[in-house]
Ligand binder design. Structure first.
Ligand SMILES: NC(=O)c1ccc[n+]([C@@H]2O[C@H](COP(=O)([O-])OP(=O)(O)OC[C@H]3O[C@@H](n4cnc5c(N)ncnc54)[C@H](OP(=O)(O)O)[C@@H]3O)[C@@H](O)[C@H]2O)c1
Length: 268
């Protein structure tokens, strides 16, 4: 189904999963507003998608870790008269390191992007969606949301926040025409994962069957959101893992997380 005259705003659209979301929404006729820091990459993507799918694409270069960036983005969208029907809160960062070894600045930047900007953008764009009686919010969580993740402690905690917020909003928004979907991928072949593992001689290698395709994540996330599905876990191994985790006592999921975390940090 084509959704002409509807607009999807996608954060972190210059690379990885966000870039694939931009393609999927353009294929379905959505106009786009693309947010990230790399203006050149966004402009190039805008040209490609505009030409291929005859959709209008607005580029909003923005560093979402800066104070008031979300409000600034919202004001820019208002100024250009764009009505955002779908918000894809995709931009996120991670780093693989023991909590105490990372700087406070690193921690605060992660929280600012993964939690604060996502919260602010959701709050800002929700009211107009409710007023129009139709809207979709897609939040990129992770399978890291389902259990503690030593070596990615704050990242996992930020994704648990995203999952919890998405589920709670789902209930608050019943009957409004607006739905929230938490997309929960496992390891996905994007710059995030490549950079996290690059130039580190780690014992922690990701087997290829556990490495998901970002285009598939975007397609499944799109379908889930359009159906109003609340939680989308991507990839069979991760679906099984999530089901197994649910049945285990908390101490066991924590211990398994600890073993994986120590393996990830072992050569760092
Ligand atoms: N890859 C995985 O294995 C995986 C698994 C589960 C969940 N996820 C989640 O999926 C989402 C996308 O991940 P990904 O793997 O596609 O990441 P990625 O390849 O690193 O891309 C991240 C995107 O976010 C943008 N971004 C980073 N910092 C930003 C900032 N300060 N302000 C604005 N935009 C910023 C980047 O663009 P610029 O650099 O141009 O700003 C880029 O477009 C994240 O929320 C991540 O946590 C990923």
């Amino acid at each position: 189904m084509l959704h002409t005259h509807r607009t999807a705003l996608i954060t972190g659209a210059s690379a990885g999963i966000g870039r694939e979301f931009a393609k999927v929404f353009a294929e379905h006729g959505f106009d786009l507003a693309l947010v990230a820091r790399s203006e050149d990459k966004l402009q190039q993507l805008a040209q490609e998608l505009g030409a291929a799918h005859q959709v209008s694409v607005t580029v909003i270069p923005q560093d979402l870790t800066l104070d008031d960036a979300a409000t600034g983005g919202f004001d820019e969208v208002q100024r250009t008269g764009i009505k955002v029907d779908v918000l894809v809160n995709n931009a996120g960062i991670t780093f693989v390191e023991a909590f105490a070894d990372s700087s406070l600045d690193q921690h605060l930047r992660l929280l600012q992007l993964n939690v604060v900007a996502l919260t602010a953008l959701t709050w800002l764009f929700l009211d107009p969606m409710i007023e129009r009686g139709w809207g979709k919010v897609i939040n990129l969580a992770s399978v890291a949301a389902f259990q503690p993740t030593p070596s990615l402690a704050l990242y996992g905690a930020s994704k648990a926040f995203v999952l919890s917020l998405s589920e709670a909003l789902t209930e608050e928004l019943r009957g409004t025409g607006v739905t929230v979907t938490a997309v929960c991928p496992g390891f996905t072949d994007t710059p995030m994962v490549r950079n996290a593992l690059a130039d580190r001689d780690s014992l922690f290698e990701i087997p290829s069957f556990l490495l998901l395709d970002p285009a598939g994540i975007a397609r499944e996330g799109y379908r889930a959101a359009m159906r109003g599905k609340v939680i989308q876990v991507n990839g069979l191994p991760y679906k099984l893992f999530e089901q197994w985790m649910k049945l285990q006592p908390r101490w066991l999921t924590r211990t398994v997380g600890g073993l994986i975390g120590r393996l990830a940090l072992s050569e760092y």
